[in-house]
Design a protein. Structure first.
Length: 119
C-alpha cells in the first residue's frame, strides 16, 4: 500500500486552507485521540455478537478517516460497516485486520504531516 493510497493529502491541504495549519494539527490530534479508543471497541462488540455496535463504530471511524484523508482506512471502514450491516461475521475479522494495518500506516504519515505543519 503506497503513501497516496493511505493518505489523501488533499484533505489535509483543504483543512489547512480552510482554517490554517493550527486547525489541521488539531484535526490530526483529534483523529489520534478518538480513533484508537474506537478501534478498541470492536473486540468487545464482536465477542457479544453485537453487529449493530460494530457497524456504528465502523461508521464513526469512516467519517473520521474521511475528514483527515485516511483513504485506505476509510475504505476498510466502509467495507466493515457494510459487512456488519449484512451480518457477514466471517468477513469481519479480516476487515478489522486490514483496518488496523491501514491505521498503522496512516499514523506514520499523519505524524510526519503534523511535524511539517508545526514547523
Amino acid at each position: 500500500m503506497g503513501d497516496a493510497e493511505c493518505l489523501n493529502k488533499a484533505a489535509l491541504e483543504s483543512l489547512q486552507k480552510m482554517a490554517g495549519a493550527k486547525f489541521a494539527i488539531r484535526m490530526i490530534d483529534l483523529f489520534f485521540s478518538t480513533v484508537p479508543p474506537k478501534l478498541a471497541e470492536f473486540q468487545p462488540a464482536l465477542s457479544a455478537g453485537d453487529y449493530h455496535q460494530v457497524q456504528d463504530v465502523a461508521h464513526f471511524i469512516k467519517s473520521s478517516c474521511r475528514n483527515i484523508g485516511a483513504a485506505a482506512m476509510q475504505d476498510a471502514s466502509a467495507r466493515l460497516e457494510q459487512a456488519a450491516r449484512e451480518g457477514k461475521a466471517d468477513a469481519i475479522p479480516g476487515l478489522l485486520q486490514e483496518m488496523e494495518q491501514a491505521y498503522a500506516a496512516v499514523k506514520v504519515l499523519l505524524e510526519e504531516e503534523r511535524r511539517i505543519l508545526s514547523s
